[in-house]
Write a protein that binds this ligand. Structure first.
Ligand code: AMP
Length: 469
């Protein structure tokens, strides 16, 4: 027997929090704030500063990168790694190092309800390394190759190209020290843009091993100390906290000091120089153009040997135009409690990459391939509409892409839509066709219409569209 469904009264009052949920810690959250009750639940919400929505109209740009990453990962055998957005705060403090801007100023850190200090991830390499150690992946054939895609959080000052929540797409190879690894990563990063028709400037340098970098860092500190009075306020602080970051300064007044600063390449041992030369030879072999940048250091403590950054061609070297960067981080796995394990990787910023792609499309410099529709499906009348979704779904399974709009009722308006979409054929299903189990196929160019049995639509359409049966 059918049960009679009672219609529930729909309330517009803000929902009160469930308090008897056994899994939850008793909440001290003020529910009136949560539900916006102060304004009777009618307040129009806006975004938190530095956050942004990605609307469906932007999807084709985002998808361009995501799909390419998927294909490249598949081809070069990088496995997708998903890690939580929330991790122990100390994970990032350890991996990024104290004295870095991200740790000192930009981390979203808070105390969880059980008192644990947690952080919204500011980047994903630390999580990848945690996963590698925690799941014993060092016990599996090396190297382990990951790729990831997802949001990162940094409480930086928002401006064009800089958000507090932004997406990164990254590749990491853990467990091998070989110039081929660096070259493969560089190839993947470069191809991501190159295959989309986006010209890229690749800047590259070597910062050697930790002891080499430490010796260089001392030399750099001595040099900058002697020029202290010419430096900006920020650089004076960097002198004691993170001297390598002095070379990243974009302030006008610090540029002349940087121009005559010692270069790290002069502090590298032969073995490090030779490693770097081999990476460059790979790039030459791959015909990937690069720019040697002796002052590119990427100030994170964990970086070693190869470091690189990607810029749009014609962009300035300012922080906001940098599309992505990466390098080798041979010391990090040990630093995070694992065995001594070499590793390398890179991360690309999606917002900036999408904005570069959009700019090129808007300038007419490139065209994104459109995934169009094969046919339009027009329905007339209540019964036909009810049947339509079933027919459309059957055709979906056969790979025919169909456009339709159930909210237009007249044939005229539906044919107009079909015309705008430039589809060659329209399927028309009316009351009569529903009864006869037929459908009309209209040729949009000649206006000729033919009646086809519903069972035969797929084969007739495939023939007309030149699709394989
Ligand atoms: P990083 O992890 O700092 O090496 O950054 C890698 C890439 O992520 C950069 O080159 C940017 O494209 C992007 N990125 C970093 N921070 C931000 C941010 N706050 N907003 C937008 N993109 C960012």
């Amino acid at each position: 027997m059918k049960k009679k469904i009672k219609s529930k009264k729909i309330t517009t009052k803000p929902l009160k929090r469930e308090s008897k949920n056994a899994h939850e810690t008793p909440s001290k959250v003020d529910v009136s704030i949560e539900a916006g009750a102060g304004a009777k639940g009618k307040r129009a919400f806006s975004l938190i500063r530095g956050m942004h929505d990605i609307l469906p109209r932007e999807e084709r740009y985002w998808k361009s990168f995501f799909h390419r990453a998927e294909q490249l990962a598949d081809y070069f055998q990088f496995g997708r790694l998903e890690t939580p957005l929330l991790e122990e705060a100390s994970l990032f403090v350890r991996s990024l190092g104290r004295g870095t801007d991200v740790v000192e100023k930009e981390m979203y850190i808070f105390e969880d309800r059980d008192g644990t200090r947690v952080a919204l991830r500011p980047e994903a390499t630390a999580s990848a390394v945690r996963a590698y150690i925690m799941h014993g992946l060092w016990n599996t054939p090396q190297p382990v190759k990951f790729w990831y895609y997802g949001p990162m959080f940094r409480h930086d000052r928002p401006q064009a190209g800089r958000f507090r929540e932004f997406f990164q797409l990254g590749f990491e190879t853990i467990g091998a020290l070989d110039p081929a690894v660096d070259a493969e990563l560089l190839l993947v990063a470069y191809t991501m843009y190159h295959d989309l028709g986006l010209p890229i400037e690749l800047r590259i340098n070597s910062i050697g091993t930790k002891p080499e970098r430490e010796r260089y860092s001392n030399e750099l500190t001595n040099y900058y100390r002697s020029k202290r009075s010419y430096l900006c306020e920020h650089c004076r602080m960097r002198l004691t906290k993170n001297p390598l970051r002095l070379l990243d300064c974009k302030e006008e007044q610090c540029q002349p000091v940087k121009e005559t600063a010692p270069q790290i390449i002069d502090w590298l041992e032969e073995s490090s120089k030779s490693y770097f030369m081999k990476v460059l030879e790979y790039l030459d072999e791959l015909s990937i153009p690069y720019l040697l940048d002796p002052y590119l250091v990427r100030g994170l403590d964990s970086y070693t040997h190869t470091v690189f950054e990607l810029y749009p061609v014609g962009g300035t070297a300012g922080a906001q135009s940098e599309l992505g960067g990466g390098g080798r981080y041979d010391g990090l796995i040990e630093e995070m409690g694992g065995k001594t394990t070499p590793a390398a990787g890179f991360a690309l910023g999606m917002e900036r990459s999408v904005s570069y792609l959009k700019q090129r499309v808007e300038e007419g410099a490139l065209v994104l391939p459109e995934v169009g529709h094969h046919i339009f499906f027009a329905q007339l009348g209540e019964e036909a509409r009810r049947r339509s979704l079933k027919v459309i779904n059957e055709l979906r399974k056969s790979g025919i892409r169909i456009a339709f709009n159930f909210f237009k009722n007249s044939l005229k308006s539906q044919l107009e839509l079909a015309h705008n979409l430039k589809v060659p054929f329209v399927l028309i299903l009316g009351q009569k066709e529903v009864q006869d189990t037929t459908v009309i196929i209209r040729d949009m160019e000649s206006g000729v219409q033919e009646i086809v049995d519903q069972k035969k639509i797929e084969s007739v359409l495939k023939k007309k569209l030149g699709l394989s049966a």
